[in-house]
Design a protein around this ligand. Structure first.
Ligand SMILES: N[C@@H](CCC(=O)N[C@@H](CS)C(=O)NCC(=O)O)C(=O)O
Length: 319
């Protein structure tokens, strides 16, 4: 059901799949297939890597019409402004659905029960979405607000940052006011390079925990602390771990994992001690999901295996 766009992104782009008989078939198919959402084909910004292929598999399985727009990441086309406007973290695959059900967007609804609003981050601001009326409220920010991930706190205030960001932004749900918290240049974990954030999640006290990835640290932002002291970085003492996400378990431990490491980690905050759990399989962890601690016990970590269709639970036996 795919067709390939005649105009690839960037003028030097070479199509991963050239327009041909498949394109003709797709145009026909898009008339025959009733899409799950709206009627317009989805634009798929694609290059043939496993991350790219998995979206084509999903679209084929769902029977959705789509147009392949090649983004040659070996030539740096992911950094072209046209593509960055769609995928600010310069990663493919990315999809644009021109006619999604309910006008849908990528949103954070985690704490929408507080005030009935969901959040979405945009290129130059954040949006609040009234979940009853679907009214969008744009909240312009003084500085750019890149977001590899967004995370709302228990009061439905919103955090975000990008992979190369030098600050984390936070927007107050009631006032719409943005605050910017600098990410210190140091410390970095062993082998750590830059700063920024990949994925993050808030804890029950309204602190943001995140995977500092390239910087090989876990970050924590506590907006209640004195100005300039709100951000604390926990460097990983193990090379190339690159935390992708971090999750506080509410009992003194923060868990993290990543896409390259052969182990997951649990950081004990009081002592600063890192505990590593060697995995008997290849992991590709992009979200850290906790098994909450029960009856005075210890929390564990659920691992979703992106490619194997498996879920594994890591349960620590000791503090
Ligand atoms: N957003 C995706 C990541 C996709 C991704 O890492 N894509 C790579 C290719 S497989 C990419 O576009 N890399 C371009 C770059 O790093 O500049 C996810 O979290 O699953």
């Amino acid at each position: 059901m795919a067709r390939v766009a005649n105009k690839p992104i960037g003028k030097n782009a070479r199509a991963g799949r050239k327009p041909g008989p498949r394109a003709t078939g797709a145009a026909k198919a898009s008339k025959e297939v009733k899409p799950a959402g709206g009627n317009a084909p989805i634009d798929l910004y694609f290059w043939p890597t496993p991350n790219g292929w998995k979206i084509t598999i999903m679209l084929e399985e769902c029977g959705l019409p789509y147009t392949v727009i090649p983004v040659d990441i070996s030539k740096g086309e992911q950094f072209k402004p046209d593509f960055l406007a769609i995928s600010p973290n310069n990663r493919m695959p990315a999809i644009v659905d021109h006619d999604p059900p309910g006008g849908g967007e990528m949103i954070d609804v985690n704490n929408s029960k507080v005030d009935g609003y969901a959040w979405r981050s945009g290129a130059s601001g954040a949006y609040k979405i009234d979940l009853k009326t679907w009214e969008f409220k744009t909240l312009p920010a003084a500085k750019p607000i890149p977001a590899y991930d967004i995370a709302s706190d228990p009061q439905n205030n919103l955090f975000g940052a990008g992979r190369t960001s030098t600050y984390v932004w936070r927007v107050d749900s009631k006032t719409g006011e943005f605050t910017y918290y600098d990410i210190p240049d140091k410390p970095r974990g062993v082998g750590g390079l830059g700063g920024g954030m990949r994925r993050g999640i808030s804890d029950s006290k309204g602190r943001l925990w995140w995977g500092g990835f390239d910087g090989n640290f876990v970050g924590m932002l506590d907006p209640s602390l004195d100005k300039g002291k709100e951000v604390k970085l926990y460097p990983v003492p193990f090379p190339w771990f690159f935390p992708y996400d971090a999750h506080y378990d509410e009992h003194g431990y923060t868990w993290t994992g990543g896409i390259y490491a052969d182990r997951v980690a649990r950081l004990q905050l009081d002592s600063g001690e890192w505990m590593f759990y060697l995995l008997p399989f290849t992991a590709n962890i992009r979200d850290v999901n906790l098994q909450p601690a029960r009856d005075g016990g210890l929390s564990g970590l659920w691992i979703g295996h992106t490619h194997q269709g498996l879920i594994t639970l890591v349960e620590p036996q000791a503090k």
